[in-house]
Design a protein. Structure first.
Length: 272
């Protein structure tokens, strides 16, 4: 769907189109909409689920001007997408970057988000964790899918336990074959431009977080360096925030395990 001149975003839809509620899912920095496929299957009996590829990722268009890879652009694109889908209000699930987009969108159009699920992101982002994310190998080349899977198992070790079949699916969703037969990660390497031009430091989002008044489910990887325990507890202190921690992962829980999916389903049904 076109969200600005020459820029279209790809979406994946699950569940009945006439479901009374829609869950809008937004992935992490270099991930894509397929991250939510297993979750969507578990929720499709109650929800319409729409997962989006943010610009520069997955099947969405890459931006001609890399300077556009920033949060104001992502927020605007999501607003336009919700308008195109005729969705005045959604429940929102955001992993890492997807949660930050939600917090930013809430500051300008809070009526668009009914309930919010944040996956391992919150009101304070420590520079050490940010640097480790953006300093990852940005455009690796793999000789085969098998090599890609082996490298992704290392790159995404913090996602927690993932079954062999899910690793295979994650690898296929994360890569694209090149004309020479090699494989690359399926995102625009230029999306890091905004990080290259900015000196990364701690990011204080508490003023924006304090504008979030909706019910919130906060998911935290027990080993996460991005969503610190103290940050999570500070968010819970606001009231109206339920915290669920997964001891066996860091940043960020994959949402591929039944043990991670079930709390989301339970919370959505409980707070309906």
């Amino acid at each position: 769907m076109e969200v600005s001149p020459g820029v279209s975003l790809a979406i994946r839809e699950h569940g009945p189109a006439d479901a009374p509620r829609t869950l809008f899912c937004v992935h992490g920095l270099t991930r894509n909409a397929q991250d939510f496929d297993k979750l969507a299957v578990a929720l499709a009996d109650h929800y319409r689920i729409i997962a989006v590829d943010i610009a520069g990722r997955g099947d969405s268009d890459w931006l001609l001007d890399p300077a556009g890879y920033d949060y104001p652009t992502y927020v605007w694109h999501c607003i336009m997408l919700l308008d195109k889908l005729a969705l005045p209000e959604v429940d929102w699930l955001g992993t890492s970057m997807g949660g930050l987009i939600a917090i930013g969108l809430n500051s300008v159009q809070p009526q668009r988000i009914r309930r919010l699920i944040l996956n391992d992101v919150g009101g304070f982002l420590p520079k050490e964790a940010l640097k480790s994310i953006v300093e990852a190998d940005r455009n690796p080349v793999f000789a085969s899918l098998a090599e890609a899977e082996a490298k992704l198992r290392q790159r995404y070790a913090d996602f927690g336990p993932i079954s062999d079949p899910d690793w295979a699916l994650l690898t296929e969703a994360s890569t694209r074959v090149q004309p020479d037969g090699t494989y690359r990660l399926h995102f625009d390497p230029n999306l890091y431009t905004s990080f290259d031009k900015a000196a990364l430091g701690d990011i204080n989002l508490w003023p924006l977080w304090n504008q979030v008044k909706q019910p919130v489910l906060l998911l935290r990887g027990g080993l996460s360096g991005l969503l610190l325990k103290a940050t999570a507890l500070g968010m819970v202190a606001r009231g109206g925030v339920d915290l669920v921690e997964f001891a066996d992962c860091g940043h960020a829980p994959s949402l591929l395990q039944p043990a991670q999916i079930q709390p989301i389903r339970d919370w959505l049904l409980k707070t309906e």
